[in-house]
Design a protein around this ligand. Structure first.
Ligand code: ZN
Length: 193
């Protein structure tokens, strides 16, 4: 994740899109280490993956998690640096800075389209949203973003097999991760970098 310019950061209330399904409210702890998110000073990330039901247009959560910065750092360290720089390059080449600025200024329609492909969310049958948070506020800057699943797949291809193995090892060292999430990460790894 790039270091953010403080002038361009603003805060918003956490949108309901990022609520935790189990309590239909904000995430209170890191999914991985159970650290309380509101009492710690560091920021944290949330990723949610949705599938749209074609019959009624409603979205269902495929997976969701909140990750504190120290767990995120551990995750990053588990990935060899070559893969990390591949992803950073991919992000730089594909993400439009103008879109971010537009988003910050408009303050609405945060999840209207895929940040990379530009596809309208209405055309997507599944997508992921990723946000950055500090205590009970959402940090609006480079995040939040909406990504179509194809982006995740492209990023997966940038990861070396070694990194994939190390990431699996990392997941295995963490206790308390819900088993279904653990299994899912083996095939569909989170895209946050
Ligand atoms: Zn954690």
């Amino acid at each position: 994740m790039e270091k953010q310019d403080f002038d361009s950061i603003n805060f918003q209330d956490i949108p309901a899109d990022f609520y935790c399904d189990s309590n239909d409210s904000v995430f209170e702890e890191c999914t991985f280490c159970r650290k309380k998110l509101f009492t710690s000073s560091g920021s944290y990330m949330i990723e949610k993956s949705f599938k749209i039901n074609p019959n009624n247009g409603k979205k269902n959560t495929v997976f969701e998690y909140a990750i504190c910065m120290s767990c995120n750092l551990k995750k990053m360290n588990a990935m060899i640096s070559e893969s990390v720089s591949n992803i950073k390059l991919y992000m730089q080449e594909n993400f439009s800075q103008e879109d971010w600025e537009l988003k910050i200024n408009s303050g609405s329609n945060l999840f209207k389209k895929c940040a990379v492909t530009g596809k309208n969310v209405k055309e997507l049958s599944e997508y992921n949203i990723i946000g950055q948070f500090l205590s009970n506020k959402m940090v609006v800057g480079h995040f939040p973003i909406l990504l179509s699943p194809s982006i995740g797949e492209e990023i997966q291809e940038l990861l070396s097999q070694e990194t994939k193995d190390e990431f699996d090892d990392f997941m295995n060292t963490i206790n308390d991760v819900p088993p279904e999430l653990k299994e899912l990460f083996k095939t569909k790894r989170p895209v946050i970098v």
